[in-house]
Design a binder for this molecule. Structure first.
Ligand code: SAM
Length: 277
């Protein structure tokens, strides 16, 4: 996969993308990540990339010309003839559609992704309409630039590329695992096949040594070696955490009859706890 990032701060990416699995994926050629300096595509002494908005208002906008010139220099296929199964151009914007694990799974199958990072008050809208296939937002808040958003998207997508994580199952059975995949629907004694988080739920809490730390012990079931009980405990913990922190995910999660029964129990435990207060 090739990823080009159009930005006025190309040095920003030297840090975030140069660690751990991302670094390894770049080093072994699984992905090529290329920050492109938009100022290279300016033609004036001050290397101007911004201008005032028509109609007045706060701040400045990134001008269209350097962005169009950069895209053309990269030989990106024009929007009308672009094969969206292979190549995409994305504008990072708080006005975009939410980026999530489902979108990451869509992007991972592409050969080429171009990310355009806005700055100031944003980007001339013709960049969006004439060059981009989609606008993506990484959350309901406003960053000062698209670079952090680009880094978030790159990290999320690259770790899904085949061979990037040591264990290929790691990204199938984790928080936000696709709810409808056949693998997630496989069950063992009425429990999901994996002991890991999947099926659209949040992952379960995990512990490592020491078993006792500052008076807090690891749940006993995890140290007893009974794998059926461990699976049951983990499933319940996933449901509990999702119910507590992200109840919205339960609407689309892959839930068995047993899961629904556990959720009922958890809800009535929760009600009982609150009525004790
Ligand atoms: N005036 C814009 C608005 O209110 O929608 C905000 C512009 S923001 C200060 C500057 C740039 O940061 C945007 O053009 C975009 O590239 C990036 N950005 C800010 N928040 C973002 C988010 N939540 N997701 C993705 N990109 C974001």
């Amino acid at each position: 996969m090739r990823i080009d990032i159009l930005t006025i701060f190309p040095d920003f990416f030297a840090g975030p993308l140069d660690h751990g699995v991302l670094r390894r994926a770049s080093m072994n050629g699984t992905v090529g990540i290329h920050p492109i300096d938009l100022r290279t595509f300016t033609h004036d002494r001050h290397r101007t990339v911004d201008d005032r908005p028509f109609g007045g208002g706060e701040g400045m906008l990134l001008k269209p010309e350097p962005i169009f010139d950069a895209i053309e220099s990269l030989a990106v296929t024009p929007k009308e003839t672009r094969d969206l199964a292979r190549e995409t151009v994305i504008l990072l914007s708080p006005q975009g559609r939410p980026f999530d694990q489902t979108v990451a799974h869509e992007l991972v199958s592409l050969d080429r992704i171009v990310l355009i990072c806005g700055r100031y008050e944003g980007v001339d809208e013709r960049v969006n309409t004439l060059l981009c296939d989609r606008e993506l937002s990484i959350g309901d808040y406003v960053l000062s630039g698209g670079e952090l958003a680009a880094a978030v998207i790159i990290d999320t997508v690259v770790r899904l590329l085949p061979g990037v994580l040591g264990n290929p199952d790691s990204n199938r059975f984790e928080s936000f695992g696709a709810p409808d995949s056949a693998a997630d629907a496989e069950t063992l004694d009425g429990l999901p096949r994996s002991t890991h988080g999947s099926g659209g739920l949040l992952d379960y809490p995990q512990y490592t040594r020491p078993a006792d730390f500052r008076g807090a012990s690891v749940p006993e079931v995890l140290t007893d070696g009974n794998h059926d009980l461990i699976r049951q405990w983990r499933r319940r913990a996933m449901l509990e955490k999702t119910l507590k922190n992200r109840p919205d995910l339960l609407v689309t999660a892959h839930l068995t009859k047993a899961d629904r029964k556990i959720l009922e129990e958890l809800r009535s435990e929760h009600l009982a706890e609150n009525s004790d207060d």
